[in-house]
Design a protein around this ligand. Structure first.
Ligand SMILES: Cc1ncc(COP(=O)(O)O)c(C=O)c1O
Length: 430
């Protein structure tokens, strides 16, 4: 794959790539962990803090209103980026039932905890949404963020936590989903849109239709999808869709939860305190309207502004082009990795069925050593269990190395990785 043969060439937009650590080019293949930031995001953050900084929803003075406008505008742009156009409020949109609200959280982990906690423990009026004899269904390919909150909830509510299995290709079987739903006890199904280990693109729209038809709710963890492919949360049709800003070229400290207004209105709050209330008396309080009911305390204001700039940047590139670029790179990466003796990639072999990452093992070298050897060649990749220990057990490994691409990568980055791996094999006498 000659340089320039993929459709994006935007490394120059990312100031970090001007660095020359150890006198060498910085080769970053760990966007699955966190993405690098384009200058427009860095400048949007700095500009907000320099010129418009004030707390939101409190001040009547002009500066505070500028901060309010910046925060609300960021929410609108972030919601529109994933097709959640009717993004806030409880008025006409709420009356439609299918309308969504967009809540800012700290990250996707907090967004999933919010749902597990606030939906799971009960709705207004005290009726619990999960109890003995009922189940939450997740899958073997989940990140810990989409496992542990459900484990805790199921333990507390004496409910069952069951798993859809991953087959030898790294994919889920929809027949198993059907048979699980047919048992009639599943109240919630939570699933990743794209696996952070296998890369598998999960057919979430097909799944949510079956889940809704069975009378259960659905939550999709879009952490590895939203930054890399066109996502339309209304088309996907999940009751909750969550993602995280820092993987989508935005700042750390901000996550996003799109939820169905009808359900989120019926839920009790998650965190409580300032901003999420309508009124507070000595013994009791009433709750603010959506989305503020789920945004207790001072929200991540500058981070929201930064994320707004990130989604504008991605929109300007065009998410179809982003996907095309990353799919081509992934195809090239799979092809080149296949030439390294003893290297085994996990997950679907077809680039069109996976996101922009490849997790692999090399016979005779521990994954942590693989990452260390890559680093000697100036290439940043991740090694470990990737916060997916149950999946590692299914794969029969303790850890893998993982290379993941972003908009700024090109074929030469993949070549550098493969050169470093080949050199590493020699170090190990292989
Ligand atoms: C699929 C998936 N879900 C959840 C997370 C957690 O993201 P955060 O730490 O931003 O909450 C990650 C991050 O690696 C992920 O890949």
């Amino acid at each position: 794959m000659p340089a320039g043969s993929t459709s994006l060439d935007v490394k120059g937009d990312f100031p970090i790539f001007a660095r020359r650590p150890g006198g060498r080019e910085l080769i970053y293949l760990d966007s699955g962990a966190s993405a690098q930031k384009p200058v427009v995001v860095i400048e949007a953050l700095a500009d907000h803090l320099r010129k418009h900084n004030a707390n939101v929803h409190r001040g009547v003075y002009a500066l505070a209103q500028e901060a309010d406008a910046a925060y609300d505008d960021a929410r609108r742009r972030v919601a529109a980026f994933v097709g959640a156009h009717r993004s806030s409020g409880t008025g006409a949109a709420a009356a439609e039932g299918g309308a969504q609200t967009t809540v800012f959280t700290k990250n996707v982990t907090e967004a999933i905890n919010l749902v597990a906690y606030a939906w799971g423990r009960g709705s207004t009026g005290g009726r619990a949404n999960l109890g003995p004899g009922e189940a939450v269904l997740i899958t073997q390919l989940e990140h810990h963020a989409n496992i542990v909150p459900w484990q805790v909830l199921c333990r507390e509510r004496c409910a069952e936590l069951r798993y859809l299995e991953v087959d030898e290709r790294g994919e889920l079987c929809l027949e198993q989903l059907d048979s699980e739903l047919a048992r009639g006890d599943v109240r919630m199904v939570a699933v990743s849109h794209v696996s952070n280990v296998l890369g598998t693109i999960v057919p979430v729209a097909e799944m949510t239709a079956r889940i809704r038809a069975a009378g259960a709710l659905s939550l999709v963890d879009g952490a590895q999808a939203v930054p890399h492919m066109p996502v339309d949360v209304q088309e996907i049709g999940a009751d909750f869709y969550a993602w995280t800003g820092h993987k989508a070229l935005g700042p750390t400290g901000i996550g996003v939860l799109h939820g169905r207004v009808e359900i989120m209105e019926s839920m009790e709050p998650f965190l409580t305190g300032g901003d999420m209330i309508a009124s507070v008396d000595f013994q009791s309080s009433t709750w603010n309207e959506l989305p503020y009911k789920f945004e207790a305390g001072t929200p991540p204001i500058a981070e929201a502004v930064g994320l707004g700039a990130a989604v504008d940047y991605l929109s300007a590139l065009g998410m179809e082009r982003v996907r095309e670029h990353e799919q081509a790179l992934t195809g090239y990466m799979l092809e080149r990795l296949a030439g390294v003796p003893g290297l085994r990639v996990v997950g679907p072999p077809e680039p069109e069925r996976r996101g922009g990452l490849a997790s692999f093992t090399i016979e005779g070298i521990h994954p942590h050593d693989v990452a260390e050897l890559a680093d000697r060649g100036g290439v940043c990749i991740r090694a470990g269990h990737h916060c997916a220990q149950p999946l590692m057990r299914c794969l029969g490994v303790g850890a893998t190395a993982r290379a993941s691409v972003g908009v700024y990568n090109g074929p030469s980055d993949i070549d550098a990785l493969v050169d470093a791996l080949q050199a590493g094999r020699e170090v190990f006498g292989l």
